[in-house]
Ligand binder design. Structure first.
Ligand code: SAM
Ligand code: SF4
Length: 338
C-alpha cells in the first residue's frame, strides 16, 4: 500500500479560518482579477448571512477547533454590516484572534468603529508608493486612489491597530523598483511590511509574461542597503520575519513560490457563499456548507464533515513544488478570499 503523503511528518494544528465576507471588490488588481476575467458576482441571496456565518462559527468551526479568524474578500469593508459582524465574532468567548485584510480604500472612515468593535489586527494591501503605479496595479483609470488608501493606513495606525501590516505583492517590471522604499516604511513606525511572491491564481496569463520575484532576491537588496536581522511579529501566517537593525517594525516574506510551506499549512478558507476550501491551491474536498445548512442538515453532521476534512487536509495540501504545476483554479483570488 502507498504511504500516506504526510507519512513521517507532524501536521500542524489547523485552527485558523480565513473568511471571505464578499466576492466583490472596488479595485481590480491585475494579479488578482486579470483584465480579461469576466466575473460573475454572487447574488445577495447566495452569500452567507451574518446569522448563518455566526451559526457556522459557533456550532461547526469552533467545536472542531478553529479559534483564529481573518476577515477578507473581495473587499471586506464593502460588506454591509461589517462592523456588527466584527463585534459579534470578537465577542465569541472562544475567539482567540480576529484580524482583517483590506485594500484600505474605505478604512479612513471606518478604522475607529472597527477598532471599537473589537478588531485589533489589520493587514492593508499597499503595492506601491507611487500613485501612478498604484493606480495601474489596481486598474484605476480615474482620480488617484493612492491618497485615500494612505489616509486609511494613517487612520488605522492612529487608532492603535497593532500589529499593522502592509502587504506588497511584488511584480517584476511594475513595482519591484520600489522594494527599498517600501521596506523603509518599517523603520520609523511600527509598520510591518510583508512582501508576497506573486502567485499564479486565476492569472496564469499575466504570470507567464511577468514571472515573479524571489523573496531571497528582495532580502539581498535590503541586506545590502541596511543589513537584516531576525525579527518577530504576531500573526498566523507563513511569513519569514526579519528586521532592519534598529527599525520599529519588521519585514515579512511570504514565499509560497520559492519555498513550499504546504506541510506547515494551518488554515482553511470559507468563501462568501459558504464553500469550505481546505487548500488555496486546489479545489479538492470542498464542502458546500451553505446549501447543507439551508437544507436542514443537522449541525452535528456538518461538524463531522468538517472534522473529516481536517483529517484529510494533510493529503489534500497542494505541495506545489512536488507537483511541478500551478494547480487548478476556477475562481480568482478575490472570489476565493486570499
Ligand atoms: N481586498 C483585500 C486586499 O486586497 O487586501 C483582501 C482580499 S485580497 C484577495 C487578500 C490578499 O491577497 C491581498 O494582500 C492581495 O495582495 C493578495 N493577493 C491577491 N492575488 C494574489 C496573487 N496572485 N498572488 C499573491 N497574492 C495575491
Ligand atoms: Fe485587489 Fe484585494 Fe480587490 Fe483582489 S480583492 S482586486 S487584491 S483589492
Amino acid at each position: 500500500m502507498a504511504a500516506p503523503v504526510n507519512a513521517g511528518t507532524i501536521s500542524p494544528v489547523v485552527d485558523y479560518l480565513r473568511i471571505s465576507l464578499i466576492d466583490r471588490c472596488n479595485f481590480r488588481c491585475q494579479y488578482c482579477i486579470p483584465d480579461e476575467a469576466e466575473l460573475e458576482y454572487l447574488r445577495q441571496q447566495e452569500v452567507l448571512t451574518n446569522a448563518e456565518l455566526l451559526q457556522l462559527l459557533q456550532d461547526v468551526f469552533i467545536p472542531t477547533g478553529f479559534t483564529r479568524f481573518r476577515l477578507t474578500g473581495g473587499e471586506p469593508l464593502l460588506r454591509p454590516g461589517v462592523v456588527d459582524l466584527v463585534r459579534q465574532i470578537a465577542a465569541l468567548p472562544q475567539t482567540q484572534d480576529l484580524s482583517m485584510t483590506t485594500n484600505g480604500f474605505l478604512l479612513a472612515g471606518m478604522a475607529d468603529e472597527l477598532y471599537r468593535a473589537g478588531l485589533r489586527r489589520i493587514n492593508i494591501s499597499l503595492d506601491s508608493l507611487e500613485p501612478e503605479t498604484f493606480d495601474r496595479i489596481i486598474g484605476n483609470r480615474g482620480r488617484t486612489r493612492w491618497q485615500q488608501v494612505w489616509e486609511g493606513i494613517q487612520a488605522a495606525y492612529a487608532v492603535g491597530f497593532n500589529p499593522l501590516k502592509l502587504n506588497v505583492v511584488v511584480i517584476p517590471g511594475v513595482n519591484d523598483h520600489e522594494v527599498l522604499d517600501l521596506a523603509a516604511l518599517s523603520i520609523d513606525r511600527e509598520w510591518h511590511v510583508r512582501f508576497i511572491e506573486f502567485m499564479p491564481i486565476g492569472n496564469a496569463h499575466l504570470f507567464g509574461q511577468q514571472g515573479w520575484v524571489n523573496s531571497e532576491d528582495l532580502r539581498q537588496q535590503i541586506r545590502q542597503r541596511w543589513g537584516l536581522t531576525g525579527g518577530q511579529v504576531r500573526g498566523n501566517g507563513p511569513a519569514d520575519v526579519f528586521q532592519i537593525p534598529g527599525a520599529k517594525g519588521t519585514l515579512g516574506f511570504i514565499s509560497q513560490m520559492s519555498e513550499c510551506f504546504c506541510d506547515r499549512c494551518n488554515r482553511m478558507r470559507l468563501s462568501a457563499d459558504g464553500w469550505l476550501r481546505p487548500c488555496l491551491l486546489n479545489e479538492t474536498g470542498q464542502l458546500d456548507l451553505k446549501t447543507a445548512l439551508r437544507s436542514g442538515v443537522p449541525l452535528s453532521e456538518l461538524r463531522m464533515q468538517v472534522q473529516e476534512l481536517l483529517n484529510a487536509k494533510p493529503t489534500i495540501n497542494f505541495k506545489m513544488r512536488e507537483s511541478g504545476t500551478t494547480g487548478a483554479y476556477s475562481r480568482t483570488m478575490s472570489q476565493i478570499g486570499g
